[in-house]
Design a protein around this ligand. Sequence first.
Ligand code: NAP
Length: 272
Amino acid sequence: MKESLAKELAVLRQMGIEPGLDIVRVGARPDDLAYEQGALRRFDGLGIAARVFAFPEDISQEDFTAEFRKINDSGSVRGILLFRPLPKHLDGDSIGDMIRPAKDIDCMSPFNAAKVFLEGGKGGFAPCTPAAVMEILAHYGVDLAGKNVVVVGRSPVVGRPLAMLMLARNATVTVCHTKTQNLEEICKNADIVVAAAGRPKTITPACVSPKSIVVDVGINADENGKLCGDADYGAILPIVSMISPVPGGVGAVTTSILAAHVLRAANKLAEA
Ligand code: NAP
C-alpha cells in the first residue's frame, strides 16, 4: 500500500494537486491521541501534509460548529478526519450533516453512509477501519463469497458498516453485541470472526476452530497496561488458520487506508 500510495501521490503532484489531511479533535482522549500520532507518523513518512485542529473538551456547540464550518468550507483539497465519539454535549449528527461528502474521508456524512449501506461503499468513502479489514482479507486472498462471517460489535463506526461491506462481497453476515446469546458457539461456527467489541479476551479459544480466520479490530490495554486486541491472541494463535495481531494489524492498515482516502479526496475536490 505504501508503494502504491507514493506512486499515486507523485501523479497528483504532477497534476498540480497537493493533498492534505485536517484532523479535528475535541479534548484529548488517549485512543484519539494514539490514532493521531500513528496517522501523523504515517503521513510524515509518505510526505503528505497533515495538521491537527485541537479544541478544548468544553467547547460550546456554537463555537465548535463555527470552527468546523471554517475547515469544511475552506477551498482546499484536504480531507477531514473528525475523532468520534464527540463529548456528550456536542451534536455529532449535525456535524455529519454539514461535512462536505468529498472531504468526508471517514464516512461521517449520511451521503457516504448511504453509499456503504446501499452499494458497499462504491463511489463514496467507507469508514477507514472497516475498509482496512476488507483490505487485509483481500490481500491474503480470502474470498468472502458464501462465507459465514461473524462481526462482534455493532457500533456505527466499525461493526455496522463492516457488516454492510461484507454483505456487498456476498458473505453471510451475523452481527453480535452485548445481548447476543451463545457468542462462543456462533463464532466457532463461522469461517471468519471480526472482533470489534473493545474488550480484551472477548474472543477465546472456545470461539474458534482450525478453519477460523480472526481479524482483530480491538485496541485495548490488558491488565498490565499493555496494548492488546479483543482476541486472546496467544491462546488462539495455535488453533486458528489466520489471525491478525494487535498492534501491527488493523490499526496499521487503517492509517494507510486513511492516506488512500486523502489522495482520492484531493483528486475529487480538484475535479469539482
Ligand atoms: P464501541 O462503540 O464501544 O462498540 C463496541 C461494540 O461491541 C458494541 O456494539 C457492543 O455491544 C459490542 N460489545 C462489547 N462487548 C461485547 C461482548 N462482550 N460481546 C459481544 N459484543 C460486545 O466501540 P467501537 O468504536 O466500535 O470500537 C471497537 C474496538 O475497536 C475498540 O477497541 C476500539 O478502540 C477499536 N478501534 C480500532 C480501530 C483501528 O483502526 N484498529 C478503529 C476504531 C476503533 P452493544 O451495542 O450491545 O453495546
